[in-house]
Design a protein around this ligand. Structure first.
Ligand code: MN3
Length: 235
């Protein structure tokens, strides 16, 4: 108990001093999920070095910063992340911006690791039918998605959302914002922050967007689609 209070005080102190991260040992209600495959699983589309930095440093920092924000306490801390993000007004104003950025970052990257590690190809089953119905064809979805990702100015994400009826829609968000903040559910999305691609693709975001489909796991996306329709999809 005493140790926990001390740690929370240290985290709050670090947050007040503007220290972005106190390393990968910060404890709190939020945890960094392990990458569900090896760092080189997305080679050659996404290099292992980028995956390691992206997961172990960038995503870890979002989790650490979110835990530091959670040290202020309050009922919001105990809620599921998707509920926190859907009701940011319930988060104390002193940490609301930090929770928006770092909670959004935690949610977005948790989804992102899940839906990669695959071998691309074409969607199958119910999700393939939904793509045909709502975008015309898989190729039309890829074109629309890649163009939208290219047009995100600065850092952000491109997403396909899914509602409880299974209807799909394309959307983008700046920074680490997520459709979860509007109470929506994300079927899948791509990270167009430079940290996601710059080591290998440099300034060639269009090339990254086009290649990224090669590592999508359509089995995972199909499972997320079924969960969305069952009302059990979270992040
Ligand atoms: Mn990222």
């Amino acid at each position: 108990m005493t140790a926990q209070i001390t740690r929370q005080m240290l985290q709050a102190g670090a947050a007040m001093l503007g220290i972005g991260s106190i390393g990968e040992t910060a404890h709190g209600p939020f945890t960094l999920p392990a990458l569900p495959y090896a760092y080189d699983k997305n080679e050659p589309t996404i290099d292992a070095h980028t995956m390691r930095l992206h997961h172990d440093k960038h995503h870890a920092a979002y989790v650490n910063n979110l835990n530091q924000a959670a040290a202020v306490g309050g009922g919001w801390v105990k809620k599921p992340l998707q509920d926190i993000l859907a009701n940011l007004a319930a988060v104390p104003e002193s940490v609301r911006g930090a929770v928006r950025n770092n909670g959004g970052g935690h949610a977005n990257h948790t989804m992102f690791w899940q839906i990669m590690g695959g071998s691309g190809g074409r969607p199958q089953g119910d999700v393939a039918a939904a793509i045909g119905r709502d975008f015309g064809s898989f190729e039309a979805l890829q074109d629309t998605f890649n163009n939208a990702g290219l047009k995100v100015f600065g850092s952000g994400w491109v997403f396909v959302t899914v509602d409880k009826a299974g209807k799909l829609a394309l959307t983008t968000r700046p920074n680490q914002d997520t459709p979860l903040m509007d109470g929506e559910r994300v079927l899948f999305g791509n990270d167009v922050w430079e940290h996601a691609y710059y080591i290998k693709y440099e300034n060639r975001r269009a090339e990254y967007l086009k290649a990224w489909w090669n590592v999508v796991d359509w089995g995972k996306i199909g499972a997320r689609y079924a969960a969305a329709k069952a009302g059990t999809l979270t992040l």
